[in-house]
Design a protein around this ligand. Sequence first.
Ligand code: SAM
Ligand code: SF4
Length: 349
Amino acid sequence: MIGLYVHLPFCLRKCPYCAFYSVSGAESLFPAYVERVIQESRLFSPRPVDTIYFGGGTPTVLPPTLLKDLLATLLERFPCNGEITVEANPATVSPASLQILRRAGFNRISIGVQSLKNEELQFLERLHSAEDAAQTILDASNAGFENISADLMFGLPGQTPEDVAFSADQLCNLPVSHISAYSLSIEDGTPFAVRSPELPEEEAEREMYYSLRRSLEGHGFLQYEISNFARPGFEAMHNTNYWLCGEYIGLGAGAHGYTDGVRYENTCDLKAYISSTDAVANKTVLTDADRYEERYMLGLRLRKGIRYDGNSNVPRLIRAGLLEKHGENIRLTERGMDIANYVITELII
Ligand SMILES: C[S@@+](CC[C@H](N)C(=O)[O-])C[C@H]1O[C@@H](n2cnc3c(N)ncnc32)[C@H](O)[C@@H]1O
Ligand code: SF4
């Protein structure tokens, strides 16, 4: 399986917690950027791909007609009959733009909802209200999107497990088929790293996660990855390919790719990317040891786990209640998921 990722590093305004590479106020660069992405795509031989993902940043900050033209051009080189996702922020779409995107060929939309409580959205300095986010989901559904994902954030200062369940319940009553839930992390270089808001204690944060999981499972969502839940059949194919260490072509400033055993990373500087002929800033040929580590680091995030390969640390972690056998596979237990990084480190030392 191979995916195609296109990074669109633009946002209406930067959120104070976010370290994703994106800039605001760069509208004048949109046409040149899209042209450069198309040029970069020509460095790769034409081939069918299984999934396409327009991520960001906020791809929907670009005019929908520009996204439509970019997708059409990429599809000529990389035909795709599978999942084609666009990420969207509720403050940057309208019923009309969603219709253009759906008709352009995007068949999945991932919407940054974050919360359905206005005071939480205000704390996160989001540019939309809970009502706007809910309306965007309905508008996407009316535009013909049957595969709608929503991002939720939890572990906010002062938040309770009931608050998290409230947003999850509200979301599940909307036409959403997939939910990604992230615990707020304070990232270096962001305004939140300077302000250091007081985060909940670890135990309280875990209670929020359990509450979220209970609520989503109660609505028929299945957890298939540490942070991801889906109605059966709506698991994200593009992201699952990452967790299975599959290949993907990455285009755009700050994009990553993995093709022919080489991981590469494009320059994060927008203007340098636009004027470059070779955007790749870093290339790593993965050794067998790297691949082995990645298989654990990424694959164990999946609920189905990874095939047991005789790793001698496994029996000890099973005895500690952190791993369990699941058919031919080993997987994290619920307790193991809480300290996944520790368990994975123990497996690859
Ligand atoms: C590229 S954005 C999604 C689309 C769009 N830009 C938006 O925000 O609406 C990726 C997601 O990562 C999550 N995220 C970003 N920074 C985070 C942080 N510091 N802690 C937890 N989640 C974070 C948010 O849920 C966000 O929706
Ligand atoms: S969370 Fe989304 S909208 Fe906010 S800065 Fe990050 S990418 Fe942009």
